[in-house]
Design a protein around this ligand. Structure first.
Ligand code: FES
Ligand SMILES: [Fe+2]
Length: 385
């Protein structure tokens, strides 16, 4: 579930450092991924050959939906079978946004002159075509798109590679033993600032105990080709083992600190974390540009410790899941508000003084920065798509 088995070779940080330095050697040039040493970390692009979460499933109904992923305006809509379709959001006729149009059967119809485009992007109908005229041969770019675990996932890179990579699984979304809460992050900052924030559990100072964990100490660090895993020894405020455990959210006096391992993973380009067996948290990234990042923050509380509940009828379990869904969203919104304030200050300070390098004491972040650089060099998103 945590993707630990996805990578055949997990290296230590030291080995990764060594490999990075070897990447620049001429003899290895053909095989090694291209790094992007000239750009600052805060100016790097994304690896486009991954799946990104561009919308929630529930947001995409019977109207076209405009989204942006790394400088690319994209329109989403559903065909008659409810399958999501993703096309470039630019009418080839006069370059207006197709997302302002409507859905006509399986096609997308432009708001301006009513030209229609099929799910494969081909222009298939012009309302005023004269008998001697042929349909224009303009075709929109079509993106690989999937609907999975409550989200619309889009692959902005080489479409031929889309089947070789899978979107990050969020099995807790549907699972009846997990209660989910969701909030969105919209921050005017490079995505590297956000992932560093999420991997750096030493910033709990900012939240004054509003987060579920406390007193982290970095205990283990692994860095792989597409992943960084940091394990912190930590403590959890909450224990989810009574039916009234949810009251701990509102009454701090009921919380008891107890030791729990805190695992954080950068599964490029997304983030996942577990605190003991009680909590699973995700951050699904959708970077828009070098200075603007959107993301979905998902928090799941496990009901695994309630065996009696698991024996109740499915309808009851669904009712419990539905009733408590988003019960922790207010807490997530507070955490995000506090984090966004810091991230935007970091971005502004970088813009004012791009050559400044502050001391970095958390080894996990050094590994994260190396992974960003490696992945940015592998994709072709450095030049803004
Ligand atoms: S601009 Fe889209 S049909 Fe004319
Ligand atoms: Fe935070």
């Amino acid at each position: 579930m945590d993707g630990l088995g996805r990578e055949a070779a997990v290296t230590t940080l030291k080995q990764l450092d060594l490999r990075n330095s070897q990447d620049s050697s001429a003899s290895d040039e053909a095989a090694a991924p291209k790094l992007a040493p000239k750009l600052s970390l805060r100016e790097l692009g994304i690896n486009l050959n991954h799946w990104y979460a561009v919308a929630q499933s529930a947001e995409l109904r019977d109207k076209p939906l405009a989204v942006t992923l790394w400088h690319q305006p994209i329109v989403l809509y559903r065909d008659r079978a409810s399958n999501p379709i993703a096309l470039e959001d630019r009418c080839p006729h006069r370059q207006v946004r197709l997302s302002a149009g409507t859905v006509a059967g399986d096609n997308l119809m432009c708001a301006y002159h009513g030209w229609q485009f099929a799910p494969d992007g081909a222009c298939v109908h012009v309302p005023y075509l004269e008998p001697q005229q042929k349909l224009p041969t303009c075709t929109l770019r079509r993106y690989p798109v999937r609907e999975q675990d409550g989200f619309i996932w889009l692959f902005p890179g080489d479409a031929a590679l889309a089947e070789q990579v899978a979107p990050l699984g969020v099995p807790e979304w549907e699972h009846l033993n997990f209660i989910g809460s969701l909030t969105t992050i919209d921050v005017q900052a490079h995505y590297s600032f956000l992932i560093e924030n999420l991997m750096d559990m030493y910033h709990g100072h900012l939240h004054g105990g509003a987060q579920v964990w406390a007193n982290p100490v970095l205990a283990e660090l692994e860095a792989g080709e597409a992943r960084v895993h940091a394990r912190y020894d930590a403590e959890s405020y909450y224990r989810i083992d009574k039916i009234w455990s949810v009251s701990q959210l509102l009454i701090p006096a009921l919380r008891r600190l107890h030791p729990e391992p805190l695992d954080v993973y950068y599964h490029y380009p997304h983030w996942r974390s577990t605190l003991g067996n009680d909590f699973v948290i995700y951050c699904l990234f959708c970077p828009l540009s070098e200075t603007h990042t959107r993301a979905y923050l998902l928090h799941f509380t496990s009901l695994e410790r309630f065996p009696k509940l698991h024996k109740t009828p499915l309808a009851v379990r669904r009712f419990v899941k539905r009733s408590f869904t988003n019960s922790a969203s207010f807490l997530l919104r507070r955490l995000v508000r506090e984090d966004v304030l810091m991230l935007e200050q970091e971005q502004q300070a970088f813009a004012a003084n791009p050559t400044y390098r502050g001391p970095e004491l958390n080894r996990a972040l050094t590994a994260v920065q190396q992974l960003i650089r490696r992945q940015a060099g592998m994709g072709d998103g450095e030049m803004g798509g």
